[in-house]
Design a protein around this ligand. Structure first.
Ligand code: P6P
Length: 333
């Protein structure tokens, strides 16, 4: 693709338009939608960077549908995304980790055909201690075979293979956006001097091997035996353990360095803790687009048929050979 970057830089807006040219059926609608997401994450980033001095730390005193204490920044992030996307005109349904029900978006031209599912601020319990957190998003198209009289859930409950795009922004030592529309994973760094996400890596490939496992071993006693056996094997094979406790940060490291992230079923979370629609599916799309793999310990994440909006799933995601090795231990049982 011949580019005419300004001052040698390629912004995410330009990249999205270029990507769109690979989808002959795509219209400018898709680029317009994605630019709404990147705008929202730039606003969120401005709050995250000043959290300690702008009284947005701490809890709201309320709990969300997950039963988790809602941090002030969770609500700010949620409201920011809803506001930025609500006026894009081509979105019909918004699904947020912070909201019990799907939000139907209507505007003068009716209701758009796109569905955006998101975790507005993943890892928010880490905000007060300045650990990396992130925003995760997934984009679907409304289903053609759903009657208007059917509720929005029928549009929303689609397997991850139907995603049109997915991505995350990690608010870390720098603010990095990674996204895919099915043509590879591309990464951008927010340049605060110009307020734009600037391309720094195209077609990211996850290393096929990586001697790092990422898991909260405090729950070891209630992991499935195969997972316990894998962990014992990894320790004897000089693996290192890294766990930040923020999915976006743990996945970002795994995407770049290789290895495997695991959140298996536990006694506390027998279905796994992570949510299928707006955490596991988008990360699985990115992982597979980068040459990695993502399963629930038995099935490919992106082929799971969701039964309800906030459904949880076990997640094993990372380098293909590392995920396969975990499965070998699970199959031995
Ligand atoms: P645990 C953060 O609360 C989160 O949803 C993910 O970002 C993270 O991977 C996971 O939970 C951490 O869970 O049980 O290890 O604290």
């Amino acid at each position: 693709m011949e580019r005419h970057p300004v001052h040698g830089l390629v912004t995410v807006a330009q990249h999205i338009i270029e990507q769109q040219r690979n989808h002959p059926t795509a219209t400018g609608q898709f680029s317009w939608l994605l630019s709404g997401i990147t705008l929202a994450t730039k606003i969120i980033e401005s709050y995250v960077r000043r959290a300690g001095i702008t009284n947005v730390l701490g809890e709201t005193g309320e709990s969300n549908v997950q039963g988790e204490l809602v941090q002030k920044l969770d609500m700010i992030a949620n409201e920011t995304i809803v506001r930025c996307l609500g006026y894009r005109g081509n979105i019909g349904i918004l699904v947020s980790e912070e909201e019990d029900e799907p939000r139907i978006v209507k505007n003068s031209s009716g209701s758009g055909n796109y569905i955006v599912l998101f975790d507005p601020l993943d890892g928010s319990s880490n905000i007060d201690v300045n650990v990396s957190i992130g925003t995760i998003f997934s984009i679907l198209h409304k289903r053609e075979d759903v009657w208007p009289s059917d509720g929005p859930e029928k549009h929303v409950l689609q397997p991850g293979i139907r995603q049109l795009a997915a991505g995350y922004v990690v608010y870390g030592s720098s603010t990095v956006l990674a996204y895919t529309t099915g043509d590879g994973v591309h990464m951008f760094t927010l340049n605060p001097d110009i307020g734009a996400f600037v391309l720094h890596q195209e077609s990211v490939r996850m290393p096929d091997v990586g001697k790092t496992y990422s898991i909260n071993e405090a729950y070891r006693a209630s992991f499935p035996k195969g997972i316990q056996d894998y962990l014992e094997w990894a320790k004897t094979d000089n693996y290192s353990q890294r766990y930040i406790g923020s999915l976006v940060a743990d996945f970002h490291r795994t995407l770049l360095r290789g290895g495997v992230f695991l959140y298996p079923p536990t006694k506390k979370s027998p279905e796994g803790k992570l949510r299928l629609l707006y955490e596991a599916n988008p990360m699985a799309f990115l992982a597979e687009q980068a040459g990695g793999a993502a399963t629930d310990g038995q099935h490919r994440i992106m082929e799971k048929n969701p039964q309800h909006m906030h459904e949880r799933t076990p997640l094993i995601i990372g380098s293909k050979s590392e995920v396969e090795r975990v499965h070998e231990f699970l199959e031995k049982g």
